[in-house]
Design a protein around this ligand. Structure first.
Ligand SMILES: NS(=O)(=O)c1ccc(-n2ccn(-c3ccc(F)cc3F)c2=O)cc1
Ligand SMILES: [Zn+2]
Length: 260
């Protein structure tokens, strides 16, 4: 429909839409009753240092909050992971209306938006660029957003968005604790092996999708939609909305759950 059409029109999606022979692409629909409860799955352990927050920028597809990942100051371990992973950035995907916008779905249920916290395996690799090519290279935490009460922690980020309306604009952004965007319960999650959801679509991601969503206000989400896909020079400005990928075949993969 319109949403998928808009997304496919974005330059990002011209060219091969799937990794040739890709059999672990993302996002997917999580069918709850088909997920396998794995009691071996440990709780997630996040240790985020707000001082590693560096900048926020519009990359023409979403907006990214980037962290200094030259040391192990902001890390993720535990859960399904064997190694320690460093936070390098977080970003969101959202729709033009509250009816859709998330990349993953739960029993086909769509959410208005989805947060991705992107980490890379610093036990095995020395740079993100290396890890992004490896099976066990990346770990991304996915958090669903629902429209409801205002999210106080998100507001500092929302207030920075007007300064990065156009593609390629960057502003300094410091002392932001991404932990404030996690729900109270991070013990309950689904996990599966998949890919980046935009090019290069590499199949290097251990996905960790939290069961509990966070709430943001309608007005906060509306500011996301005030961003533009286009740079200041382009004559036709396009609203940054529907920046999500369509769901991909499961190809026999198992989704594990950390909870009953
Ligand atoms: N939506 S998501 O699956 O979380 C996702 C999708 C795409 C990316 N992405 C796109 C380009 N890159 C990237 C950036 C720098 C680099 F050296 C190599 C990359 F693949 C990347 O990490 C990062 C995260
Ligand atoms: Zn993403």
């Amino acid at each position: 429909e319109a949403a998928e059409y808009n997304m496919k029109m974005h330059p990002m999606w011209q060219g091969p839409l799937a990794v040739p022979g890709g059999d672990r692409q993302s996002p997917i629909d999580i069918i709850v009753q088909r997920s396998i409860i794995d009691s071996e799955l440990k709780p997630l352990v996040t240790e985020y240092d707000p001082h590693t927050c560096q900048q926020i920028w519009n990359n023409g597809y979403s907006f990214l909050v980037e962290y200094d990942d030259t040391t192990d100051k902001s890390t993720l371990k535990g859960g399904p992971l064997q190694d320690k992973f460093r936070l390098c950035q977080f970003h969101f995907h959202w729709g033009e209306t509250n009816a859709w916008g998330s990349e993953h779905t739960v029993d086909r249920r769509l959410f208005p938006a989805e947060l991705h916290l992107v980490h890379w395996n610093s036990d095995k690799y020395s740079l993100f660029e290396e890890a992004v090519m490896e099976d066990n290279g990346l770990a991304v935490i996915g958090v669903f957003l629902k429209v409801g009460k205002r999210h106080e922690g998100l507001q500092k980020l929302v207030d920075a968005l007007p300064a990065i309306r156009h593609k390629d604009s960057v502003v300094e952004f410091t002392r932001f604790d991404p932990g404030c965007l996690l729900p109270s319960n991070i013990e309950d999650y689904w996990t599966y092996h998949g890919s980046l959801t935009t090019p290069p679509l590499t199949e290097s991601v251990t996905w960790i999708i939290l069961k509990q969503h966070i709430e943001v206000s309608h007005d906060q989400l509306a500011v996301f939609r005030s961003l533009l896909f286009t740079s200041a020079e382009e004559e036709v400005q396009k609203s940054m909305v529907n920046n999500f990928r369509v769901q991909q075949p499961l190809r026999g993969r198992t989704v594990r759950s950390s909870f009953t």
